[in-house]
Design a protein around this ligand. Structure first.
Ligand code: ADP
Ligand code: 5GP
Length: 189
């Protein structure tokens, strides 16, 4: 049986990775596999090639765009490309895994449109922009300029929320995790 798709999008710092990692580590019954995207940004912290992302140079990324290798891609920040490789997704779905996508809001809408009912799209909403800033500062993985760039983009990204199947407010983390589990239970059963 072919797998299904779970798309998780949100402004950076909303808690997407935290919630996705929780689902993948603590709920093996969902049979989740992470869709490894390609990006032209450099690795952050302990990130490894082929684990969090396939890290490519901007030139390599452009070559793959030309070759039609992406299901979708976006230049999320200037010169910072992110994209989903067709080969990667199809391989995981054929194996019967349910594939989880951590993609920007536009990519999320594109993947949902392509796969329709086979996909569940979830928008993770932070309680406020101020709280988003606090989380990004606390995460301490980006410099001040990058944080301001991410926040500047966040307001526009928030306007995409109504296009998603479900808006999950990540205020109290435990509540958000439980809500995510319920959503996946309903969708995958
Ligand atoms: P994203 O993947 O959306 O960029 P992260 O999962 O990296 O966001 O979360 C950003 C930061 O906020 C991390 O330091 C994380 O531990 C923290 N965080 C996540 N959810 C909450 C929450 N509900 N309350 C407080 N801090 C949170
Ligand atoms: P980060 O640099 O924090 O890892 O990711 C920045 C943004 O790029 C996030 O909003 C993330 O969801 C998005 N992103 C990651 N992979 C993809 C992808 O394959 N496609 C698209 N469209 N966005 C992606």
């Amino acid at each position: 049986m072919q797998g299904r798709l779970i798309i998780v999008s949100a402004p950076s710092g909303s808690g997407k990775s935290t919630i996705v990692q929780y689902l993948m580590q603590e709920h093996p019954e969902f049979n989740l596999a992470f869709s490894i995207s390609a990006t032209s940004r450099p690795p952050r912290g302990k990130e490894q090639h082929g684990v969090e992302y396939f890290f490519l140079s901007p030139e390599e990324f452009r070559e793959k765009i030309q070759a039609g290798e992406f299901l979708e891609y976006e230049e999320v920040y200037q010169d910072r490309f992110y994209g989903t490789l067709k080969s990667q997704v199809e391989h995981q779905l054929e194996e019967g895994q349910n594939v989880v996508f951590d993609v920007d809001v536009k990519g999320g809408c594109n993947i949902k449109q392509f796969y329709g009912d086979r996909a569940l799209s979830i928008f993770i909403q932070p309680p406020s922009i101020d709280e988003l800033r606090r989380r990004l500062l606390h995460r301490a993985t980006d410099d001040a300029e990058q944080i301001e760039r991410r926040l500047a983009k966040a307001e526009e990204e928030m306007s995409y929320a109504p296009r998603f199947d479900y808006i999950l407010v990540n205020d109290d983390l435990e509540t958000a995790k439980a809500e995510a589990v319920e959503l996946l239970n309903n969708f995958l059963s």
